[in-house]
Ligand binder design. Structure first.
Ligand SMILES: C[S@@+](CC[C@H](N)C(=O)[O-])C[C@H]1O[C@@H](n2cnc3c(N)ncnc32)[C@H](O)[C@@H]1O
Length: 292
């Protein structure tokens, strides 16, 4: 069935309408192509339910009656605000404090001592898909632990934290979490040490926050402006991309790393053909890659 809709520039045009709650194959395919172009995410087959559940709040916002109509507006690609909202809606922001534990143990017990021993006292760390901030804040807490035991060992450690979703970056920047969020990976001692209790919940202490800067960044684009990094966390994001985009990202990350820099990937992610550029270090029940 065809229906007339108002487009963003005020024109009227006809779009295919199925029923308000579903997407037909053609709309779904058009949306998948658009989404991959927009942020690299490959949805694969039969994820219509995911698209409709994630985009549902935008129906009301844009006063459209059906997903088909909404997809037509999105795919038209004329509204930048709508595009950003699609990114916010379609990205998966699952994260936790000290996720998988071992990356942070390796930092404190292997990487930091190795850097100090080899005269690398300036450390630049990149959290490449930082979601709501738990990853960079956990890194900063690991630095705090290390500096307590080894005062003045590092000079001005910096963590640059990036993500493609502006909404999730806003949350990360605020650094305010509720009880449920804090319960995912933090001990009572860590909660007391690293957070202030405020009316709205728990605010990360400024000592931990002050090492971190947040920037909007699409991993599909250039990131040379971040400068060379000593440690890169690129965890649980490559899984959403095509293998060719994964390769491009790893290649550009290598170009953005100092000699002997370290790279962390997520548990189900791997370096593929780029493994030959790295030594695999197995410590604390996990692994990290070091550039040769
Ligand atoms: C599952 S979270 C991972 C968070 C954290 N790294 C961790 O391991 O807990 C994936 C994050 O990747 C971000 N993301 C997805 N596509 C991206 C892209 N093209 N560029 C940058 N970030 C992206 C999402 O917004 C989301 O916050």
């Amino acid at each position: 069935m065809l229906a007339n809709v108002n487009t963003s520039n005020g024109d009227r045009r006809q779009v295919r309408v199925t029923d308000a709650g579903t997407l037909d194959a053609s709309d779904y395919n058009a949306f998948c192509t658009y989404l991959e172009h927009l942020c690299g995410i490959v949805l694969g087959k039969n994820k219509q339910y995911l698209v409709t559940s994630r985009l549902a709040p935008l129906l009301e916002k844009y006063s459209v009656d059906s997903f088909s109509e909404l997809i037509a507006l999105i795919v038209e690609g004329k509204q930048r605000v709508l595009a950003a909202q699609v990114v916010d809606a379609m990205t998966t922001n699952e994260t936790s404090w000290f996720r998988d534990q071992f990356p942070f143990e390796i930092l404190k017990h292997y990487i930091f001592p190795d850097m100090i021993e080899t005269g690398r006292r300036r450390v630049n760390i990149w959290s490449a898909a930082c979601s709501s901030g738990q990853e960079p804040y956990s890194i900063s807490m690991a630095i705090a632990d290390f500096l307590d035991a080894n005062p003045k060992s590092f000079l001005n450690p910096r963590i640059v934290s990036t993500d493609i979703s502006s909404a999730i970056l806003d949350d990360a920047r605020k650094g305010i979490y509720d009880n449920a969020a804090l319960s995912r990976g933090l001990s009572v001692t860590q909660r007391r040490r690293f957070f202030d209790t405020i009316e709205k919940g728990f605010q990360i202490k400024s000592e931990i926050k002050s090492r971190i800067s947040f920037q909007l960044l699409d991993l599909q684009k250039d990131y040379a402006m971040l400068g060379k990094q000593d440690i890169v966390f690129c965890r649980n994001v490559l899984i959403y991309f095509s293998s060719s985009l994964r390769d491009k990202i790893i290649e550009r990350m290598i170009a953005n790393m100092n000699p002997k820099a370290y790279l962390y990937l997520g548990a189900s992610e791997s370096l593929g053909d780029f493994a030959r550029y790295f030594t695999t270090i197995r410590e604390n029940g996990g692994l990290v890659y070091q550039l040769k």
